[in-house]
Design a protein around this ligand. Structure first.
Ligand code: KG4
Ligand code: ZN
Length: 347
């Protein structure tokens, strides 16, 4: 094994990101730099990410992001061993911007190119931030995704189940929109929930009786809308406390559902892999303190090690792409100039 230094690029949703990751032989990899340009302001007037605006902003910002990432890491292109780039899944215009940028650098420098699945990036992050060996159970909870995966290697995942409709982050974002709270919804709903009573409103616990690892979150949003409209009808407006109680009730329901399905997924995983009892979570929703606490409780019950990357590496970033690329590269993977951007790419 040799020391490897990779540049990573990420542009599959509404964050333009570049990062440099290095792994010395026999050591855990290190993030030398991780630059993220968010696009929240660009999309805020539209109530969601506008693909066309996102793609243009990525194309404009990627070069700058790369220069910043190299500079912050104190390396030059000559110090790199390869370039990793998100090749999907995601908004196709943005993914294409990233793949084009990576191909440009690869063509100019002769460096090898490694395409990375964005979901694999999230799923491998626990190995970048903690001493986690394969296999482990992974819960990926973000704005676009929600699934349980058994990770056995950088390209070897088994899916145990996932959401059949909305992702939990999407549900948080919609909840915020319905209550007039700022985007992204996760952090604002969490903040409101701190002063709310989770028991005042009875939210459903979708699919909780089903004996599988599938989840559903769209019904929570419908329930919330009904409760909100009923209050508005009765009192012609929401008070601060109403809003806080709705947020607390909603968040408790999400946490409960995730805890219950995690218990099921862990039972399946542990039956097969009793020697490596580890649950890792990643994705933006893993930043939620109530959800984290609920998952930690389940892990304690089942004598399982719980690990979650720090916040900045839970949400979209390029360090996870550089790291997943590094693992693929070490395993011999190389992509050519025919690397394509894929809007859909299941693990
Ligand atoms: O992983 P991520 O940055 O992007 C995707 O790949 O989707 O996740 C973003 C999502 C957003 O929906 C955001 O509302 C949610 O993660 N999120 C949270 C929290 N922080 C971010 N959801 C709940 N609680 C939070 N504290
Ligand atoms: Zn993501």
């Amino acid at each position: 094994t040799q020391s490897l230094t990779l540049l990573g690029l990420e542009s599959s949703c509404d964050d333009t990101a570049a990062a440099v990751v290095r792994q010395e032989p026999g050591k855990r990899a290190q993030v030398l730099s991780s630059i993220v340009f968010g696009q929240t302001e660009l999309h805020s007037a539209f109530g969601g990410v506008v693909p066309e605006i996102a793609a243009r902003a990525h194309a404009e910002k990627l070069d700058l992001c790369v220069v910043d990432a190299l500079q912050a890491a104190g390396v030059t292109l000559q110090d790199l061993d390869a370039i990793a780039v998100t090749a999907g899944p995601g908004l196709i215009g943005g993914v294409m911007s990233g793949v084009m940028c990576a191909k440009g650098i690869a063509a100019a420098t002769g460096l090898p190119l490694v395409g990375v699945n964005h979901l694999a990036g999230h799923a491998l992050t626990p190995r970048l931030t903690d001493d986690v060996a394969y296999p482990y159970l992974m819960l990926l909870v973000s704005g676009g995704h929600c699934q349980y995966l058994i990770a056995r290697g950088p390209e070897d995942f088994t899916r145990l189940g996932g959401t059949i409709d909305d992702a939990p982050g999407e549900a948080f974002d919609k909840t915020a929109r319905l209550l007039g709270l700022p985007q992204p919804g996760g952090p604002s709903v969490q903040k409101e929930a701190e002063t709310g009573d989770p028991k005042r409103f009875r939210f459903p616990r979708p699919l909780i009786q089903r004996q599988d690892c599938n989840l559903s979150f769209s019904g929570l949003k419908t329930a919330l809308m009904r409760m909100r409209d009923q209050i508005v009808d009765e009192k012609s407006g929401l008070t601060r406390q109403d809003r806080a109680d709705l947020c607390a009730g909603f968040q408790a329901a999400v946490a409960d559902v995730l805890a219950s399905k995690t218990r099921r997924a862990l039972a399946i995983y542990l039956a097969e892999n009793p020697a490596t009892p580890t649950l890792a979570v990643a994705g933006g929703v893993a930043a939620n303190t109530a959800i984290r606490a609920a998952l930690e409780t389940v892990c304690d019950e089942l004598n399982t090690q719980f690990t979650a990357p720090p916040l900045a590496l839970c949400t979209d970033n390029a360090a996870m792409i550089a790291y997943a690329g590094l693992e693929r590269f070490r395993a011999g993977a190389r992509d050519g100039m025919d690397l394509t951007a894929r809007p859909r790419w299941p693990l």
